[in-house]
Design a protein around this ligand. Structure first.
Ligand code: NI
Length: 182
């Protein structure tokens, strides 16, 4: 099975849609989480949201410790995630996305977040992150289930430039996971 073929690429309209909450965390949802992690690891991503594989549900997987084949895995699965707090000084960083192969963009986001989400056992969990990849990744992935992409954070001129760069990358054959983000 080719995991990359499952990944929904921009400008697919599903990436701009709000996802439905998950009412029941059952075996089907657990199987979905497992499949999402498989796709994410295969593409060397640190996060993946439901709509990125065409599942229009509020589910996100994250592993900020994953650094490629052979490294240690530390997966998080967040069901119906909500940002409770997003504050602290805004911090600009380079972001990539499996749905935008071949490009990275500078995005400015709050440096501190508190997130609530259910885990696969149905427990309500709280996650807090500041000034690190987890803080960025939580916001980036939760954006996805709300129909927001990293390009939506760009000012018009930067966005037009990023769209041109992305189009060129696609034409050059870029695949999910090709992006190098420093
Ligand atoms: Ni993304």
């Amino acid at each position: 099975m080719n995991e990359f073929k499952q990944i929904v690429l921009s400008p697919d309209p599903r990436l701009s849609e709000k996802c439905a909450p998950i009412e029941e965390i059952d075996d089907e949802v657990r199987a979905l989480a497992k499949r999402m992690l498989k796709v994410m690891y295969a593409a060397d991503g640190c996060g993946l949201a439901g709509p990125q594989i065409g599942e229009m549900r509020q589910i996100v997987v994250i592993d900020v410790d994953w650094s490629g084949r052979g490294s240690k895995k530390n997966p998080y699965v967040l069901i119906n995630p909500r940002i409770i707090t997003a504050d602290g000084p805004e911090k600009e960083g380079s972001e990539g996305c499996l749905s935008f192969p071949g490009v990275s963009v500078r995005v400015s986001r709050p440096s501190h977040v508190v997130v609530q989400a259910r885990n696969l056992d149905g427990d309500l969990m709280q996650y807090e992150a500041a000034d690190n990849l987890m803080a960025v990744c939580l916001q980036h992935e939760i954006d996805h289930v709300n129909g927001v992409t990293m390009f939506d954070h760009l000012a018009p001129i930067a966005r037009a430039e990023a769209e041109r760069e992305y189009k060129a990358a696609l034409e050059a054959g870029a695949k999910p996971g090709d992006t190098e983000v420093e």
